[in-house]
Design a binder for this molecule. Structure first.
Ligand code: GDP
Ligand code: GDP
Length: 454
């Protein structure tokens, strides 16, 4: 019912609790009517929240955060995707492929009372190819008498079928145990990384002003040096209160420990950049406003973009610039930093403190974009409008069509488009530009990948 959906939406909107980079993602896939939605409701502990008896009803929300035995995870329900919303062709395999892409663990639901069908076998192939861990749910085993139906599903070659009755709850605890056991280990126990202060990496080539900025930010504020136990790299984080909130500046040991222009300093700097990025959510890349941008600057920026972290550009040593220099800087930015035209820019002076207070709003913007999720319905609405206005150019007399799109993840936003033919790079860039125009994403990389199907 509408009310239940509203409740689910409200929960999902809460920031930080639904951190899908960190929480394991479990996708429930299978043919229509095998009981996926019923199973999702069972897992969520809500009996009638999602099952829709009315054909043609779709839901935007397909992700729910829940927990089992104290382990939080995200459930992706694909039940609503079968429906043909915007004239887009949606087949079972397509839906399954998207869901597998999103998942850390796949729960493949088969109707044991029917047995494995040809469609089921096709989905098995997709799952195998993905290499993702899978738990086979033999649904509609409502009582002991039908357990044999479940055993027959060993034939699918996916390992042990777990007999379950999504409708009555029978076997669902065992199924969930199996699901959590299948979660890749590195995803378990990382939960503490979500929530808490946001993690910032201060990057930039030597002498650009990183340690000066760090000192300025720290100022008279209370600093807590937080050595992370159990690591060999001696990363030291500093917790700094800015704008009334704590922020975690990661790997500041490398900034504090002065590395002078000795040989190997570049190499060290690039190692440090990567290590810091691994632990950060957003990077502030410092650039020297008073000097020409260098290749090393753009290399650092590229590393940030490739790591998928949010990005803020800080032009430091503004106090050393004059009008002429600022004029040339604008042109250098247009030329050399065109690929990151979406990144917020702040012009600061770590020495005088000029505009250092503008960093926090820029970080907030970038992180908000990084966290943004575009609902599937809205995305497809947007795609059909863009494609209608600007169709892909004909190729060999054929028109590659976009069948369906979904945002596979946040942090950063990653989109997967399913198309009937190869999309040219130029057209993909066009779509990315339009996505940015429509949904913002200031300060965040956005990934668009295309799956072609015949
Ligand atoms: P979906 O299309 O895969 O999401 O399937 P639904 O969850 O909408 O279920 C399809 C139908 O199967 C509904 O009428 C459910 O009540 C029914 N169903 C789901 N699970 C069970 C079960 O464990 N036992 C029985 N007997 N019926 C079930
Ligand atoms: P790091 O190697 O990136 O940590 O750079 P430092 O913070 O050590 O700064 C290198 C040099 O630049 C030092 O001499 C700083 O005093 C100077 N510096 C840093 N920020 C500014 C600034 O905003 N204006 C001016 N004029 N000098 C700065």
């Amino acid at each position: 019912s509408d009310d239940d959906l509203a409740v689910l939406d409200a929960e999902a909107g809460e920031h930080g609790s639904e951190d899908d980079r960190v929480l394991p993602v479990v996708a429930i896939i299978g043919r229509p009517n095998v009981g996926k939605s019923t199973l999702v409701n069972r897992v969520l502990g809500r009996r009638e929240a999602v099952v829709q008896d009315v054909p043609g009803v779709t839901r935007d929300r397909v992700r729910y955060t829940t927990e089992w035995a104290g382990t939080p995870f995200v459930v992706v329900d694909t039940g609503g995707w079968e429906v043909d919303v915007h004239g887009l062709d949606a087949r079972v395999a397509e839906q399954a492929e998207i869901a597998i892409e999103l998942a850390d663990v796949v729960v493949f639901v088969v109707d044991a009372s029917v047995g494995a069908t040809g469609t089921d076998e096709a989905v098995v192939k997709l799952i195998r190819r993905s290499g993702k861990p899978v738990v086979l749910a033999a649904n509609k085993v409502d009582d002991e008498r039908t357990e044999a139906d479940a055993a027959a599903l060993w034939s699918l070659g996916l390992g042990e079928p777990h007999p379950v009755s999504a409708l009555h709850g029978r076997g669902s605890g065992d199924l969930l145990d199996a699901v959590l056991k299948a979660v890749p280990e590195q995803l378990v126990g990382e939960q503490e990384a979500s929530g808490g202060p946001r993690r910032v990496a201060l990057l930039g080539r030597p002498n650009v002003g990183k340690s000066s900025l760090l000192n300025k930010l720290v100022g008279s504020e209370r600093v807590v040096v937080d050595p992370t136990a159990g690591t060999t790299r001696d990363p030291v984080d500093e917790l700094v209160e800015l704008g009334g909130r704590p922020w975690r500046f990661v790997d500041t040991a490398g900034i504090r420990r002065r590395v002078h222009q000795t040989s190997g300093a570049d190499y060290y700097a690039s190692l440090r950049t990567q290590a810091a990025l691994e632990r950060a959510e957003v990077a502030v890349v410092l650039l020297e406003a008073s000097e020409r941008l260098t290749e090393q600057d753009t290399r650092i920026i590229t590393t940030v973009v490739e790591s998928g972290r949010a990005l803020v550009l800080a032009f430091n040593k503004w106090d050393l610039t004059d009008e002429e220099r600022r004029h040339f800087l604008e042109r250098e930015i247009e030329q050399d930093l065109a690929q990151v035209a979406w990144a917020p820019r702040v012009n600061i002076s770590a020495r005088t403190g000029r505009h250092v207070d503008r960093l926090v709003p820029a970080l907030d913007v970038a992180l908000d974009s990084w966290d943004t999720r575009v609902p599937t319905g809205r995305l497809n609405q947007f795609l059909s409008e863009v494609v209608a206005a600007h169709p892909h150019p004909l190729r060999g007399g054929k028109q590659p069509r976009i069948l369906f799109g979904t945002q596979a993840s946040t942090r950063p936003p990653r989109f997967v488009l399913f198309a009937s033919g190869f999309l040219e790079a130029q057209y993909r860039r066009f779509l990315e530009r339009r996505l940015r125009e429509q949904f913002g994403f200031e300060g965040s990389p956005v990934e668009v990948s295309v799956r072609v199907r015949e």
